[in-house]
Design a protein around this ligand. Structure first.
Ligand SMILES: [Zn+2]
Length: 120
């Protein structure tokens, strides 16, 4: 089970790293900021671990991964209320299951900080 979870994070981190390497064209990266929704099913600790493995041997080696976790929220189509979702149990407090996830499933690279280059 742990293995399966780590494989999931590894695949996500691999695509994040590939994309950042492509966009930064070999420049030195200090920190990659990502936003991860709490309902996205990934484990931040596992992502940190995978980041170190995946960045080894790429221009991103030695850079850090900053994870910003966003809370989940849903909207109920029955009572028209918004409410917090912290697990993947799509039930409104009113008892309706006709719920739409508003936030919490996102997984975005929000910014990349470069190592300051010395200008002459
Ligand atoms: Zn409701």
């Amino acid at each position: 089970m742990l293995m399966v979870t780590a494989m999931h994070e590894l695949a996500i981190i691999q695509s994040v790293v590939d994309m950042v390497v492509e966009r930064t064209a070999g420049r030195q990266v200090a920190t990659v900021h990502i936003t991860v929704g709490q309902l996205s099913g990934v484990v931040p600790d596992a992502m940190q671990f995978c980041y170190e493995i995946v960045t080894a041997g790429t221009p991103l080696v030695g850079s850090s991964l900053a994870i910003d976790a966003t809370a989940g929220s849903g909207h109920c189509r029955t009572c028209d209320e918004d409410f917090a979702l912290d697990r993947l149990i799509l039930l409104c407090p009113c008892g309706s299951a006709d719920v739409q996830i508003v936030t919490g499933q996102e997984l975005l690279v929000t910014s990349v900080e470069m190592v300051a280059e010395t200008c002459v």
